[in-house]
Design a binder for this molecule. Structure first.
Ligand code: IPE
Ligand code: IPE
Ligand code: MG
Length: 232
């Protein structure tokens, strides 16, 4: 039997370049976000075909609140309408949706649709699509430490304690983080989990991503030699 190449168990994607995509076409930045959602659907479908178990998409960072009120409210509105409107898509492709980030402080209607989406896709057994919303790696570590302190204020915290108090402790750490739009930074994404993640940066703007970009990620990942501090 033909052996399948190794793919990341957990892939993290920093979806960047929506604004530039729109700007190049003299469209409002919001048009780039809408097109970016179409790319997300193609990418998760191909990730599932490739046998990837988990994909975390960076949707909205704790720093993105600095953007104009109009852009922020467009993004929040898009979340509310599309999370609900795309349920048939997730269920058709057996995709389970989870969220990572400070969901409790989001506008109430966004938090509600998030909780509904988790329940409506909980029985799906295929790929897990994790949407990082109001997410910051530093913020997640702080919240994990505070959760721990509430439980066990009497003893020192360990790395294992932090792992078990992150937003999704059951999800394995990210194996590879990729970013679109030719920016080479993490921008506060998955800081704890990225300790030994492979990194790759691609030029293509996020709304232009398609099936072949996932195939390229898998090819790039298969070439990496991971040592985790040891000797190969
Ligand atoms: C990524 O695209 C989407 C979000 C951060 C919400 P950008 O909106 O950052 O696009 P550029 O970087 O301005 O092109
Ligand atoms: C990172 O992109 C956040 C998301 C993709 C949601 P940004 O466009 O906000 O990052 P910076 O500001 O260029 O570092
Ligand atoms: Mg950007």
């Amino acid at each position: 039997m033909e052996e399948r190449p190794v793919v990341p168990t957990h892939l993290g994607i920093i979806m960047d370049g929506n604004g530039r995509w729109a700007q190049k076409r003299s469209l409002p930045r919001t048009a780039g976000h809408l097109e970016g959602l179409k790319a997300l659907k193609k990418v998760i479908k191909e990730a599932s075909n490739q046998g990837i178990g988990f994909v975390t998409f960076y949707v909205f960072s704790t720093e993105n609140w600095k953007r104009s009120k109009q852009e922020v409210s467009y993004l929040m509105g898009l979340l509310v309408s599309k999370l609900h409107g795309e349920l048939a898509f997730y269920n058709k492709y057996n995709i389970r949706i989870l969220f990572r980030g400070d969901i409790a402080t989001l506008p109430k209607e966004v938090a509600t649709v998030i909780n509904n989406t988790i329940s409506a896709t909980a029985a799906n057994t295929g790929i897990t699509c994790i949407l990082a919303i109001n997410y910051g790696g530093q913020d997640e570590i702080c919240r994990a430490v505070n959760r721990f302190l509430e439980e066990k204020p009497e003893r020192n915290i360990t790395c294992k304690d932090i792992c078990s108090h992150l937003d999704l402790p059951e999800v394995p750490p990210v194996d590879m983080i990729v970013r679109s739009a030719n920016e080479r930074r993490l921008s506060n994404f998955l800081l704890w989990d990225s300790a030994y993640a492979e990194l790759e940066f691609y030029e293509k703007l996020w709304p232009d991503w398609n099936f072949e970009d996932v195939q390229r990620i898998c090819t790039d990942f298969a070439k990496r030699v991971r040592k985790f501090g040891g000797v190969q």
